[in-house]
Design a protein around this ligand. Structure first.
Ligand SMILES: Nc1ncnc2c1ncn2[C@@H]1O[C@H](COP(=O)(O)OP(=O)(O)OP(=O)(O)O)[C@@H](O)[C@H]1O
Ligand SMILES: [Mg+2]
Length: 277
């Protein structure tokens, strides 16, 4: 059971206020516990505080109040934040921010520079990581020679380089088409399963959130919902049941335009499901 797993993120009553006059309350009492191996999506409207939360978890920003512990370390007490970031957290941003003058493999080596390893060992590890994200044939390409999805893969390989306890991803598929989005999400899920890495992914995309185990919804700096994915799915189904199409399926009146795309063939099965929720 996940409940017995180690806690990797714990925030207690986290607040972040921007401006001296108490102007913007970007986070307003956020208490959140995330355990090792979880894949958490953070959703919420623009300006709700998602990036602020992620930046505080990654020690890129400091809270105004509350406690933030990551991997057992209370961030307010960490002396060397650079070291904390490079040892404990992997970052993936919407704009992959690769260094344009370095090749793919050199970009992945950047976080390994501080490691006490030989050049050869470093290169080997970076190549392994590129292999892991499916880019073994693009090792020596420059970022400008890669597609958006491939660049994001390099950024993911780089984020994983130091075996971080958590990977924080802010809209990692934000600038990708739906096919690349699916591919990146499949990759993140596979890494989560195979390596046990904990992921916290901010997204506006419900399809991305659907791939998560858990969806945390933030609004006005507060956690409004925190749901396991199976219950999110259930609430989607209930909503669908109440829609015009849901009613049509339950009544056995499939509109002709939907029969044309095969809805009539699955209607009985959908009806069976809807009757249960
Ligand atoms: N450096 C800053 N100075 C002042 N206000 C800020 C600063 N950074 C963020 N804010 C404010 O804090 C609030 C939360 O911002 P945040 O970037 O966390 O939102 P978000 O949920 O990530 O939005 P989006 O989905 O648009 O990325 C916003 O109202 C924003 O204007
Ligand atoms: Mg944001």
């Amino acid at each position: 059971m996940t409940d017995e797993k180690q806690i990797v993120v714990e925030t207690i009553n986290l607040t972040k206020i921007y401006g001296d006059d108490g102007g913007v309350r970007a986070l307003d009492g956020v208490s959140l516990t995330i355990r090792a191996g979880e894949f958490v999506a953070v959703m919420g409207p623009s300006g709700s505080g998602k990036s602020t939360l992620l930046n505080i978890l990654g020690a890129l920003d400091r809270p105004t109040g509350g406690v933030c512990k990551v991997n057992g370390q209370e961030l307010a007490k960490v002396k060397d934040l650079d070291r904390f970031r490079s040892k404990t957290v992997g970052f993936v941003f919407q704009l992959h921010n690769l260094i344009p003058t370095l090749t793919a493999v050199e970009n992945v080596e950047v976080p390994l520079q501080e490691e006490n390893m030989s050049d050869r060992a470093r290169r080997k590890r970076a190549e392994e990581l590129l292999n892991l994200v499916g880019l073994s044939d693009r090792v020596n390409f420059m970022p400008s020679q890669l597609s958006g999805g491939q660049r994001q893969r390099v950024a993911i390989a780089r984020a994983l380089a130091n075996h971080p306890a958590i990977v924080l991803a802010d809209e990692p598929t934000g600038n990708l088409d739906s096919k690349s989005t699916d591919e990146i999400m499949d990759l993140l899920r596979a890494l989560n399963r195979e390596q046990g890495t904990t992921f916290i992914v901010v997204t506006h995309n419900p399809a991305v959130a659907r791939a998560a185990d858990r969806v945390v919804t933030v609004r006005d700096g507060k956690i409004k919902r925190d749901e396991r994915m199976d219950s999110v799915f259930l609430s989607d189904l209930r909503e669908f049941k109440e829609s015009a199409l849901g009613h049509a399926i339950l009544d056995g009146n499939i509109p002709p335009e939907l029969s044309g795309i095969g809805m009539d063939r699955v209607a009985e099965q959908v009806k069976e499901v809807l009757e249960k929720v």
